[in-house]
Design a protein around this ligand. Structure first.
Ligand code: UT7
Length: 389
């Protein structure tokens, strides 16, 4: 059995800070309302030209550096996002290209829950032995999907990206257990209506279908029903008890939801990571950003057992018990045991050139192959009914 060890982590947030006081000038709200109802004090907002791919690449580079890897080492990229640069192609391919990686990439959409879904998905590819090193990103520039005149939503969200590198290990580590959930009957409570059902017509834009609309109260009720229950279920599946959990890293949507979940679970607040005050709700990016900060602040140590738990649009939820493990020295033999980054970068370049050459060579064989099969077909025809011998 192979396990997915987390060996790298990183985050990227825009420089621009929008405080509650700034929002007081834009909509009918107050710092007091926002802080007491949500715990948010400020959020980061991406300027024009900074997109989900931009923040993703920065977070990914930080995670790769932490892991001591280069983009050529990545076997697969999974990106959780609901605010892709474009509707097509998937933002994961744009990230793969900008990063200079040479591997498969796909985007996973499960609202704010997307990162936990993606981490669990990465673990499955590693457990089967299909891939060895996977980059998992949660990233959003959700501020572009916000109606900045709607006080119900504009005070809540922020932009950012977080990434982890997961690598195959024989040590029992990484995702020890998980639960993934979905209840589409609650879809209307949190949605951005634009899409195939409502294409981008003038009428759709007039109706503000390009913006997130949310029934906050319903999502709040759903979250308080789901978060603690799902975390408890997943802790049980791992064979651990709540006392074995060193830190809970929940989706950062509302400090009240987080505190209630901790109380329901019987987890002291010192064992819960909260950074919503600085970033607001960064949707799929919130858990990897929080995980990165928790590690940076020394709140996570080698071997610690974490519970990651998220909820969001769908409605969806997901939780995972993750054992944190630092990087083992990569096991490399022969010419791959090159010690310096420069040599490894050259190695990367050679592998890209070799792959391109081999692709070109196989393309050159296509006409030859076509000619052979045409010849075969005409021989078969002249031999009778055209069935192969
Ligand atoms: O990632 C998942 C996405 N979303 C969430 O997790 C959100 C979950 N829901 C929540 O966090 C909370 O429901 C909110 C923070 C959105 C709202 O808090 P609440 O305590 O549930 O407030 P409420 O919806 O019950 O609204 C209370 C009042 C309303 O006024 P009336 O109808 O009582 O007169 C709102 O219009 O607060 C008003 N209100 C505001 N007032 C000042 C709503 N937004 C604001 C605002 N500033 N920004």
């Amino acid at each position: 059995m192979l396990y997915g060890r987390i060996i790298g982590w990183g985050k990227a947030v825009p420089d621009k800070i929008v405080t509650n006081a700034d929002l007081e000038k834009m909509v009918d709200t107050s710092d007091e309302w926002i802080v007491t109802r949500t715990g948010i004090r400020e959020r980061r907002i991406a300027p024009e030209g900074v997109n989900t791919s931009t923040l993703s690449v920065l977070a990914a580079q930080a995670a790769l550096t932490q892991a001591g890897l280069i983009p050529a080492d990545i076997d697969l990229i999974i990106v959780a996002s609901s605010s892709p640069d474009h509707l097509l192609p998937a933002v994961s391919s744009e990230i793969q290209h900008q990063l200079g990686a040479n591997c498969g990439a796909f985007t996973l959409v499960a609202g704010c829950t997307g990162f936990v879904y993606s981490l669990v998905t990465a673990q499955q590819f590693i457990a089967t032995g299909a891939y060895r090193t996977i980059l998992v990103i949660g990233a959003e520039v959700i501020s572009r999907n916000i109606d900045w005149t709607d006080r119900n939503t504009c005070v809540l969200f922020g932009d950012g990206a977080g990434a982890v590198v997961m690598q195959a290990s024989e040590e029992p580590t990484g995702v020890l257990s998980f639960e993934l959930g979905s209840d589409g009957s609650g879809a209307e409570h949190l949605m951005m209506p634009l899409g195939i059902a409502h294409p981008a017509t003038h009428d759709a834009v007039d109706k503000k279908y390009q913006y997130i609309r949310m029934n906050g109260r319903e999502v709040f009720k759903f979250a308080t029903r789901t978060l603690a229950r799902s975390a408890a279920e997943t802790i049980g599946r791992s064979g651990l008890s709540i006392h074995d959990i060193d830190l809970m890293i929940p989706h950062q949507a509302n400090a009240r939801i987080i505190e209630l979940a901790a109380r329901q679970l019987g987890l002291p607040l010192e064992k819960v990571f909260v950074n919503i005050d600085k970033y607001g709700n960064t949707s799929a990016a919130s858990i990897p950003i929080a995980l990165t900060e928790a590690i940076e602040q020394g709140r996570v140590k080698e071997g610690d057992k974490l519970v990651l738990v998220g909820f969001g649009a769908g409605l969806t939820w997901a939780s995972a018990v993750v054992q944190f493990g630092l990087a083992e020295k990569p096991v490399m033999t022969g010419w791959r045991a090159a010690p310096t980054r420069t040599v490894r970068a050259a190695q990367n370049k050679i592998s890209v050139v070799a792959r391109t050459a081999s692709m070109r060579a196989s393309l050159m064989l296509v006409p030859l192959y076509t000619r052979v099969s045409r010849k075969q077909r005409s021989e078969e025809k002249s031999n009778g009914n055209g069935q192969s011998k």
